[in-house]
Design a binder for this molecule. Structure first.
Ligand code: IPE
Ligand code: MG
Length: 220
């Protein structure tokens, strides 16, 4: 979710107005995700590097997240959404931590969409924390300790970088960069990204199918 600030600036509005529009966009995208064929959706809401922003913007962002979680609670549950928060919790205020705990508990039975929201999240820190948790380091143990592998990563706002998001999980992610600012990203944009994803040939380091000699071809 990138581009809230520029979206607001282009309209002569304060950055916070862009973040508010960004939250409305979150609700629309969550509703559109299952229809687009998405089962797990992870949104990057607040990066561990976002603490470097001006205090007032950080406070506004965290406040918006809290209000969103408090409001969204009932709606998610009735829509079958299971919500999890990934990232550090120890630097968040108590009311936000409380809202997170509550919505995670209340939505745990949801099966229509697994929604993960990254707050105070750093991919590098997540890998370090997972490595400290596992008994024996291996690809498999880290796979288990981290989240599910990412199939499709969409970055809005025209930037073309990962910015410390799901680094391990994105090992074979297909990347789509949209020039749209996040508040303008809608159900049609999401559907278009999924359509493009479906045209990609994912080989995971192997050779394309037609280059593998068919068994019968060289046996005959
Ligand atoms: C993304 O919008 C929202 C968050 C990181 C929370 P930005 O705030 O990064 O918006 P731009 O990139 O300045 O336009
Ligand atoms: Mg940005």
């Amino acid at each position: 979710m990138d581009g809230n600030g520029r979206w607001a600036l282009a309209r002569g509005l304060p950055r916070e107005a862009g973040h508010r529009a960004g939250v409305e966009c979150v609700s629309r995208i969550i509703e559109a995700a299952p229809t687009a064929g998405i089962g797990i959706l992870t949104l990057f809401a607040f990066s561990s590097d976002n603490w470097r922003r001006p205090r007032a913007e950080v406070a506004a962002l965290l406040r918006l997240l809290q209000v969103y979680l408090e409001k969204e609670g009932g709606r998610s549950i009735s829509n079958g959404i299971r919500l999890e928060i990934i990232g550090r919790r120890d630097r968040l205020g108590e009311p936000l931590r409380h809202a997170i705990g509550q919505i995670e508990r209340d939505s745990a039975a949801g099966t229509r969409l697994r929604l993960r929201i990254a707050i105070d999240y750093s991919g590098r820190d997540a890998i370090l924390a997972a490595a400290r948790r596992v008994a024996a380091l291996s690809r498999e143990s880290l796979d288990d300790a981290l989240g599910p592998p990412v199939d499709l990563l969409i970055r809005t706002g025209g930037e073309r970088r990962l910015s410390d998001f799901l680094l391990w999980e994105c090992a074979y992610a297909e990347l789509i960069f949209s020039p749209r600012m996040w508040p303008d990203f809608d159900a049609a944009s999401l559907a278009a990204a999924v359509r493009e994803f479906r045209t990609r040939h994912r080989r995971f380091g192997a050779v394309p199918e037609p280059l593998i000699p068919r068994r019968e071809a060289w046996l005959d």
